[in-house]
Design a protein around this ligand. Sequence first.
Ligand code: ZN
Ligand code: MG
Length: 426
Amino acid sequence: MILESEYKSRRDKVFKKLAKSSLAVIFSAETTTRSHDTHHPYRQDSNFYYLTGFKEDNAILLFIKSSTKSRTVLFVQKKEKIMELWNGKRLGVKEAKKRFLVDEVYASEDFIKIFKKYARRRKNLYYEQNVKKICVKKIAKTAKSFQTEHDILPLIQKMRLYKSASEIELIRESIAITAKAHHRVMNMRKSGIYEYNLQAEIEHEFKMNAAYSDAYISIVACGNNANTLHYIENSKALVEGELILIDAGCEHNYYASDITRTIPVNGRFSEAQRELYNLVLDTQLQIIRMIKPFVKRSHLQESAERLLTKGMVELGILSGDVKELIKKQKHKKYYPHGIGHWMGIDVHDQAPYRDAKNQEIPLQKGMVLTIEPGLYIDAKDKSVPKKYRGIGIRIEDNILVTKDGCENLSSSIAKSIEEIEMMSKN
Ligand code: ZN
Ligand code: MG
């Protein structure tokens, strides 16, 4: 749980970064239409949530900074019986005043009026410049009366790089549900069913544990389907003797998890599958062992490329000198993606990889990232020994950087061949 005082301290940090005599505005997410008259489930904007913990739409957070004092103003939907009858209870101005540690609360409809009042006396404006929200457009119009305008997002995103103790706790809770989901499918009989059946089992577990939803569309890819990196059709029958790549994680209390496991349909790895699987697994374990403060992600990426390429040469998938092969990018055909990404409120967390000088940001205590090496051998790739064709493997865990190393937050999820085979039913 995140206390109101933590949200307040985040807003205080924003204040410190604003220039003197500034206004900064951040809007809640808008509702999005799915198709005529139906909507996607509402989810709060991640940055707005990070600064308020408020889940309602039609809300605005305004920072007012003058030379002498700083004030935060929150705008919320006012209570309205008819609207609440249709769409659910609202907190309303009065209750919002009690709950949030902000200086003032008004109804959302008063925003433009109050914004304009403060705009007259402020020199700098911060807002979400790249966002196409209707309100943002209105703000942008008034921007001409300011001396400078800035994008507020980089400022917040930089803060989101470092997770607090309570955020880490929420990520652990999210992973715990995802762990159950992966173990559920490992445990199941999987012959004669379809990829979407496994997706349903996973999402069943998410919902049964009160997760809000999946953090991204689950990938359940059997056999050669795993060689389509963003395979989300999940429509094919599971084939006896093949592997299933499952990349699935829930979002719980606004925190994501992002786990990939690759498991056999019939519960047993074949010899060829074993060889490839252990190459990916050994690579992943070695990369995780390298993680500590001041290590760079690019270094992890290069190491993964080297280890996988060396392994592929040993298995006869590539031939030649490892350094030469990497120089010529020959590994990219089989390991085309990055080693991992930041994770937090967003599964691909909105946090920078480079600083203002375009230098890579090294790992630091409190950062959370995924480590997800993979190998993808297309069924039609005749340059590879036949036994490896049509196999796609990825193994992904969620890692917290600690003071002197790291902690694998998802280490409870079965991963070695022995663990997976033991869990699997035929
Ligand atoms: Zn990932
Ligand atoms: Mg993933």
